[in-house]
Ligand binder design. Structure first.
Ligand code: SAM
Length: 219
């Protein structure tokens, strides 16, 4: 870990403080706008009885909402342990703790450790991972019906912000970097020649792409 193109430094950034911030925000205001769009897209496709795999789900707010809407169970994969206390508290408050499994695991390096799920979600994650082809490829191979991910738009403003952010990390000697991947290439990585992008939402700071397996769109 720690080379130019290897994922690293997650503990530096996504620690207990970040986790507390996410949990507090969710308790006060519910899902952020982009996560709400993701849930709306999935709910419109039908989540009743579905299994959900969330990659990099943080405190789990998004999959908690899907469980509330009738999903059968959710598995969350994370690279850090810092969210676990807040995630457990939120799942208990939502009354769904027995339907959530949380694992510290990178699907890219350990793809066989996780079974396929009906729905796979990555919200605000692809910009934290250097190799989108491997991450979204692994995500797609684990999605039997639906895959949805959010990503930042790529424009002059975001290029400047990401460059400034990464410069800040370098100065503070934080190994973590953010990645402004090409949106078209992200979709190709997610399609894997099987899934089809059927939903797009273009917000100011986050875009959402929803992909469907044309053969198995309905539960
Ligand atoms: C910006 S946070 C977003 C957390 C949550 N999805 C949200 O929107 O509040 C990005 C998270 O993705 C996680 N992450 C990045 N790459 C991952 C991977 N390959 N597998 C699991 N988690 C990953 C990081 O550890 C981090 O917690």
């Amino acid at each position: 870990m720690g080379g130019c193109c290897e994922p690293s430094g997650y503990d530096d950034l996504f620690g207990a403080r970040f986790s507390r911030h996410l949990a507090k925000r969710y308790r006060r205001r519910g899902l952020d706008r982009t996560a709400s769009r993701i849930v709306e897209f999935l709910a419109a496709q039908g989540v009743e009885g579905a299994t959900v795999l969330e990659i990099g789900g943080g405190v789990g707010d998004l999959h908690l909402e899907l469980l509330r809407r009738g999903a059968a169970r959710a598995t969350n994969l994370e690279l850090v342990d810092s969210y676990e206390d807040d995630a457990a508290a939120l799942a208990t408050e939502a009354g769904v703790a027995d339907r959530v499994t949380r694992r510290r695991l990178d699907l890219v390096t350990d793809p066989d450790a996780v079974e396929p799920h009906d729905i796979v979600v990555l919200h605000r994650v692809v910009c934290c991972y250097p190799d989108h082809q491997r991450l979204l490829g692994a995500a797609a191979r684990h999605a039997t019906r639906l895959l949805v991910f959010s990503h930042p738009p790529r424009n002059a403003v975001s290029r400047l912000l990401f460059a400034a952010e990464n410069l800040g990390f370098r100065i503070r000697r934080i190994a973590f970097r953010t990645y402004l991947h090409d949106p078209g290439a992200l979709t190709v990585s997610a399609e894997q020649g099987r899934l089809r992008a059927t939903f797009r939402h273009r917000g100011l700071t986050w875009h959402v792409v929803g992909l469907t397996d044309p053969v198995r769109a309905a539960v």
